[in-house]
Write a protein that binds this ligand. Sequence first.
Ligand SMILES: NC(=O)c1ccc[n+]([C@@H]2O[C@H](COP(=O)([O-])OP(=O)(O)OC[C@H]3O[C@@H](n4cnc5c(N)ncnc54)[C@H](OP(=O)(O)O)[C@@H]3O)[C@@H](O)[C@H]2O)c1
Length: 279
Amino acid sequence: MTGKVCIVTGGTSGIGKAASLALAQMGATTVVVGRNRDKGIAALREIKEKSGNDSVFLMPCDLSSQSLVRQLAKDLLDRFDRIDVLLNNAGIFTMKRTVTPDGIESTFAVNHLAPFLLTRLLLDRLNASAPARIVNTSSVAHKGAKINFDDIQGEKHYSGIRAYGQSKLANILFTYELARRLQGTGVTANCYHPGVIRTELGQDNPWIYRLILAIIRPFFKAPEEGADAAVYLASSSEVQGQTGKYFVGRRPVNSSKISYDETVAKRLWELSEDLVHLQ
Ligand SMILES: NC(=O)c1ccc[n+]([C@@H]2O[C@H](COP(=O)([O-])OP(=O)(O)OC[C@H]3O[C@@H](n4cnc5c(N)ncnc54)[C@H](OP(=O)(O)O)[C@@H]3O)[C@@H](O)[C@H]2O)c1
């Protein structure tokens, strides 16, 4: 991976941090995007120390704000003349409905709209760097979910579990639609479920939720195991040219039936364009 530039959103903790470290250890120039600057600085120091790679950079950005996503894309384009890998990994799970500075429900904004917007803004540079790879972190939680176009932001009724499942289904619909639109460009788009992983996901939920999590947490896998599929999809020659697939671990598997519905994917794409003000 030496000479390649990899961007990892949510690279300051959990799966993203483990993936950033692995990519840095492979020699890649690694750009860590995270919301919390202090946490980012600590992660950066750790990744540099453990990998012995000095080409690791921190780009703090709160992805819940579309103007900050646009600023991040501009900074990345100004700073890096190539982008070989974009790992859209940052995500949240919140039981309480909150809205972003743009007035959009946070789960939908951070988990789906932010990667949608960032990818679109970086696409020309990814194309110019082809062969390049886009990897999206989804989840098995997409199973049983649907895109509720009548109430996509949970304004009438919000459930954290439903919002999370919907956002992870959106990740897959976006990946497949992107792969269709990128056919022949040399840029691939795949997504994956990392497993059930011991991370900070959902840690700011109410105490009862955290208590349950604390009890079952020891049975979860380590972040490195969760990152394995991401790093594989980002770097392995075994998946060179493969696109439009959903992986669990290193194996391509079927995602839910609705995730293959091209009408739903197109509708979601157009709605997302409207919400992030893209043509
Ligand atoms: N853990 C699991 O079992 C599991 C299973 C399936 C899928 N996933 C998916 O894996 C991905 C990574 O989650 P994780 O489990 O590693 O959780 P995590 O430890 O909480 O990491 C989440 C990362 O996303 C970043 N992030 C969250 N909101 C952000 C925002 N508004 N702007 C910028 N960065 C933001 C966090 O940055 P800060 O720390 O700076 O806030 C952090 O680096 C998520 O997409 C999640 O849905 C996780």
